[in-house]
Design a binder for this molecule. Structure first.
Ligand code: SF4
Length: 356
C-alpha cells in the first residue's frame, strides 16, 4: 500500500520531527553549496562524528572552492589522512579544479550538471542539488534506502539497483516540492538517529503508526540482507626497508584501495621462511637484503580480506634497477622523521608503531 494519499500523509510527521530533532551541524549553517559539497564527500561511508573535526580543519585551510582548486594534492591528502577512502579527496580536488576552470565559484545548481564532475554520482548529485539549492531531486543513500524499505515494506535486497530505483521514485512521490532540502535531510536523519539498522527505535519514530513493516513485525528484515562475501584470511610479510638511514616507500597503483599513496610494502607470505621469501621478493624490485630483524605482528582488514602481517626491518643495498624504479616514481626514499608528514595507508602506520 503506497497510494498517493498515504505517501503525502507520511511527509508531514517526518518534516515536523526533523524540524525539532535535526542535529546542528556546521554544513547546515546557511547551506553554503561549497560546504555541502565537502561534507557530502567526507560523509561517504563515514560517520558524522568522525567527519566533524576533519570538516573544521578543512574549512580553515580551504574556505571556498577557489582555495581548494589551488591546493596541492599532497597537502589535501595529508589533511584527509585518517578519513580513509583517499580516492574521495583526490576526486573532490579534481571536481573543484574542473568547476573553477569553468569559471564557477560554487558547484552548479543542477543535478545533471553536477553529475559531470569526478566523484559525483547519483546520490551526491541529488544531495547537493536538494540540500544546497532546495531542488526537488531524490538522494538515496543506505539510510534512505532502509527507511523507505521499512515504511513501505519493500522486499528488495539492500543495495540492489531495483531498490535504489524504487526508493528514489517513492521519495519523489512523497517530497513536498518546496521542501526538498528538509525532506531529504529528514529521511537521512531518521535513518541515522531512529531507524537504525539492527535496533530501530520504532516507539520514537514519527512514522510509528504508519510504518507497514512495523505493523507486520518484519522491520528488522527490511531491506532484505545482501549476500555476504566470504572473508579470506591472508598471511603476509610487512617490510620496512632501509638504505643508508633512509626508508624506502612503494607507490600504490593509481586505481583501487589506497590508490596512489606511498606505503611500506607488504606481500603474501607463502612458506614462513622469512629470509628466503623476503630476499626473493626484494631482489625482484632491485634491492639486496643485507640483514633483517623481526619487529612483530600486525593485523588489518580491507574489503573481504583479513591480513596478518609479520613485520621485519631490512638493511638493503640498492641496484641500478631500483634507481630506475625510483626515477619512474614507483619507489622513493624518505628520512624516517619525515614519514609523519606523509599520508600513509593504515597498515603502514601500524608497521611504524612496531619500529617506534
Ligand atoms: S517505525 Fe520503526 S521501522 Fe518503521 S520507519 Fe520508524 S523506526 Fe523505522
Amino acid at each position: 500500500m503506497s497510494s498517493a494519499s498515504f505517501l503525502e500523509e507520511a511527509a508531514a510527521p517526518l518534516l515536523e520531527w526533523f524540524h525539532h530533532s535535526a542535529r546542528s551541524l556546521p554544513w547546515r549553517e546557511g547551506y553554503d553549496p561549497y560546504k555541502i559539497l565537502v561534507s557530502e564527500f567526507m560523509l561517504q561511508q563515514t560517520q558524522v562524528e568522525t567527519v566533524l573535526p576533519y570538516f573544521a580543519r578543512w574549512m580553515e585551510r580551504y574556505p571556498d572552492l577557489a582555495s581548494l582548486a589551488r591546493a596541492d594534492e599532497e597537502d589535501v591528502e595529508k589533511l584527509w589522512e585518517g578519513l580513509g577512502y583517499y580516492s574521495r579527496c583526490r576526486r573532490l580536488l579534481a571536481a573543484a579544479r574542473a568547476m573553477v576552470q569553468e569559471g564557477l565559484d560554487n558547484p552548479p545548481p543542477s543535478a545533471e550538471a553536477l553529475l559531470r564532475y569526478p566523484g559525483i554520482g547519483l546520490y551526491t548529485a541529488g544531495a547537493m542539488a536538494s540540500i544546497a539549492y532546495n531542488l526537488p531531486v531524490p538522494a538515496v543513500d543506505g539510510n534512505v534506502e532502509r527507511v523507505i524499505s521499512r515504511l513501505l515494506n519493500l522486499t528488495e535486497r539492500a543495495g540492489s539497483p531495483t531498490l535504489k530505483h524504487l526508493a528514489a521514485e517513492r521519495v519523489l512521490d512523497m517530497m513536498p516540492k518546496e521542501e526538498a532540502r528538509d525532506f531529504n535531510q529528514a529521511l537521512m536523519e531518521l535513518g541515522a538517529l531512529v531507524c537504525l539498522p539492527k535496533l530501530p527505535a520504532c516507539p520514537e519514530c514519527p512514522w510509528g503508526s504508519l510504518c507497514l513493516s512495523r505493523a507486520l513485525g518484519v522491520q528488522t528484515q527490511r531491506p532484505l540482507a545482501r549476500p555476504r562475501p566470504a572473508v579470506e584470511k591472508v598471511p603476509a610479510w610487512g617490510v620496512l626497508l632501509f638504505s643508508d638511514g633512509a626508508c624506502l616507500l612503494r607507490r600504490r597503483p593509481k586505481e583501487g584501495l589506497w590508490a596512489g599513496l606511498w606505503e611500506l610494502p607488504w606481500f603474501p607470505r607463502r612458506t614462513g621462511d622469512a629470509p628466503a621469501e623476503i630476499k626473493a621478493w626484494v631482489s625482484e624490485v632491485g634491492i639486496e637484503c643485507l640483514s633483517y630483524r623481526e619487529l612483530g605482528v600486525v593485523r588489518f582488514s580491507f574489503t573481504s580480506y583479513r591480513v596478518t602481517a609479520w613485520v621485519v626491518a631490512c638493511e638493503t643495498a640498492l641496484s641500478p634497477a631500483f634507481r630506475e624504479k625510483e626515477r619512474l616514481g614507483q619507489w622513493s626514499l624518505h628520512a624516517p622523521n619525515s614519514l609523519e608528514r606523509l599520508t600513509l595507508p593504515a597498515p603502514s602506520r601500524k608497521f611504524l608503531t612496531l619500529l617506534n
